[in-house]
Design a protein around this ligand. Structure first.
Ligand code: KIV
Length: 262
């Protein structure tokens, strides 16, 4: 039986970890059977399922509903529920209630966005039995503060801030951290210094694991991000396409240089 903490330990021993979003029972089954370690019920569901232009409208009830669907199809992957915008930023009590709702729906752990400012919330949850994955770099819930979905970590000051954010979520007790949309050299630098696995998305190949949005790896996204690869090309089934993604992460052939930010 996979657990977040066993996977975190394996990641620090050098095993490459595979995370993929899932939103329903059928795809959760395919992904779990294909060897995906962690099924992320991401708030990206707001964009790929609900048709919004960003993740902000997603509610705890939405993520809980999709988490329950994923839990019914899961075989042996860890299910990670994404804490949506507004469900954890105002108070630790809000955060605990949202985390409890997601875990009662079937999540084994939760993910929340933000570095140092979220450290006390992560610590509060971890001390109350909720395994937490952090999320730093380009955090989509802050899209309006960033002025768009922009690559982060492009200046010395921004890199220093990312280091502080990584240290803060680590010290707070996060088991892993998602690092989104940073130059590959920055991803490699942070991962080499990190005491917890860094799971990259658009952060280059030299991190402890990768996470992707399901629709991006199946080639279904109209305007895929630079870091996406269509793993369905040349395969006959969804499960084979997901297996191709799993294999490419495990054998370090994904992402290629052309799929990274310089
Ligand atoms: O919601 C999501 O799918 C995510 C990934 C982009 C990491 O947070």
């Amino acid at each position: 039986m996979k657990t977040l903490l066993k996977l975190a330990a394996a990641g620090m021993r050098g095993e490459r970890l595979v995370m993929l979003t899932a939103y329903d029972a059928m795809f959760a089954g395919y992904a779990s059977k294909a060897g995906v370690d962690i099924l992320l019920v991401g708030d990206s569901l707001g964009m790929v399922i609900q048709g919004h232009t960003d993740t902000l409208p997603v509610t705890v009830a939405d993520v809980a509903y999709h988490t329950a669907c994923v839990a019914r199809g899961n075989v042996d992957s860890v299910i990670l529920g994404d804490m949506p915008f507004g469900s954890y930023q105002a108070s630790v009590e809000d955060a605990m209630r949202a985390a409890a709702t997601l875990m009662q729906a079937g999540a084994h752990a939760v993910k929340l966005e933000g570095g140092a400012p979220m450290a006390s919330t992560i610590e509060f949850l971890v001390k109350r039995g909720v395994p937490v994955v952090g999320h730093i770099g380009m955090t989509p819930q802050s899209v309006h503060a960033f002025g768009g979905f922009r690559v982060q970590g492009r200046s010395d000051a921004a890199i220093e801030q990312l280091k502080l954010d990584l240290a803060a979520v680590t010290d707070a007790g996060a088991a892993m951290v998602v690092l989104e949309c940073v130059p590959a050299v920055v991803g490699a630098m942070l991962a080499s210094e990190s005491k917890i696995p860094v799971i990259g998305i658009g952060a280059g190949p030299r991190v402890q694991g990768q996470v992707m949005v399901l629709h991006d790896i199946l080639g279904w996204t109209a305007k895929p991000p630079k870091f996406a690869r269509n793993f369905a090309a040349g395969t006959n089934t969804v499960q084979d396409a997901i297996k191709a993604y799993v294999d490419a992460v495990k054998n370090a052939t994904f992402p290629a240089e052309s799929e990274c930010y310089a």
